[in-house]
Ligand binder design. Structure first.
Ligand SMILES: Nc1ncnc2c1ncn2[C@@H]1O[C@H](COP(=O)(O)OP(=O)(O)OP(=O)(O)O)[C@@H](O)[C@H]1O
Ligand SMILES: [Mg+2]
Length: 287
């Protein structure tokens, strides 16, 4: 059986870290004329580790893109570190890691160190001569993601899990405090997945990073996140992980009625449920 042994957030820690870094009010976002996010309210405090779940097409990636400022709000406001998204004042404070970011074309020849170093560049320091500052940041980021031994390896030689770590390392090298991850667990094996979750947990507890992670792997995310959000156009659940509803209650939240006397679960054919079943199954295999 896999035991991830995550550290619970101590009461004092919550008090200390209660600074609000993201405040979303009444957010509505449309894409191609269709409302994708509808009246979303969300507040995130420094040091939180939040799992964002929901079926395919429910607006998870859209929410991250709106926070990043890539997608504009039709209605409502997003306040991040007291500023609007994409403001110069928050440059480098937010890191974005997508699954696609770790899947690089085979013909891209770049070492782990070089990739992570890209994270240190921004419009303010691009022409800075003091390379030593960049080097320190890169060394520290490589250490944080446990890749210090493979800095000179070509990215193509890494495993999926290591590549994902390298992409997280790039975000850390920019000294991002708030890290948004969009399905970072897809396509990596179980051991890599567990060590990646441990790494994120550690970043949250030891480095005081704030994490908002989208995943379809409900079992994995439940073991790690302190707080869960279930999004389907609007937020249907937001609360402590231990209070996250079971599959039947979740179906109720989604307004799915049992058909022909079957249980709710059998009627839900979306990936969150399927992935959950797989994760639950693989856990059982290990036991
Ligand atoms: N570039 C786009 N242009 C128009 N509509 C889009 C675009 N990208 C996504 N959408 C639509 O927006 C809705 C939400 O998509 P989004 O990618 O946010 O969902 P998601 O919850 O991240 O889904 P998944 O779990 O499959 O990644 C979907 O209906 C999708 O079809
Ligand atoms: Mg998505």
């Amino acid at each position: 059986m896999v035991v991830l042994n995550m550290q619970p957030l101590a009461v004092g820690q919550v008090m200390k870290q209660s600074e609000s870094i993201l405040d979303i009010k009444d957010l509505t976002v449309s894409r191609s004329g269709k409302v994708v996010l509808n009246k979303v309210d969300l507040a995130v405090k420094k040091g939180e580790f939040i799992g964002l779940v929901g079926p395919n097409g429910s607006g998870k990636s859209t929410l991250l893109l709106a926070i990043l400022g890539v997608l504009k709000a039709q209605q409502g406001t997003i306040d991040i570190y007291g500023h609007k998204p994409m403001s110069r004042n928050i440059l480098g404070k937010i890191g974005w890691v997508s699954q696609a970011a770790a899947v690089m074309p085979k013909n891209v020849r770049i070492t782990v160190r070089e990739l992570i170093q890209l994270g240190t560049l921004n419009s303010r320091n691009m022409f800075l001569r003091r390379r030593s500052i960049h080097r320190e940041k890169v060394d520290r980021a490589m250490e944080m993601v446990g890749l210090e031994g493979v800095g000179d390896h070509d990215i193509a030689r890494l495993s999926g899990g290591q590549r994902q770590r390298a992409v997280i390392g790039r975000a850390l090298a920019s000294e991002a405090e708030f890290i948004l991850l969009d399905e970072p667990l897809v396509g990596i094996d179980r051991n890599s997945r567990n060590s990646l979750l441990k790494l994120l947990d550690k970043l949250c507890h030891d480095e005081n990073k704030t994490i908002l992670m989208v995943s379809h792997d409900l079992a994995a995310i439940r073991q790690t996140a302190h707080r869960m959000i279930y999004l389907e156009e609007s937020i249907r659940f937001d609360g402590p992980t231990q209070e996250f509803p079971d599959l039947t209650s979740l179906a109720g939240l989604r307004g799915i009625e049992p058909v022909h006397g079957h249980e709710h679960e059998t009627n839900i054919s979306n990936s969150i449920m399927i992935e959950t079943d797989n994760a639950e199954l693989s856990k059982k295999e290990e036991e």
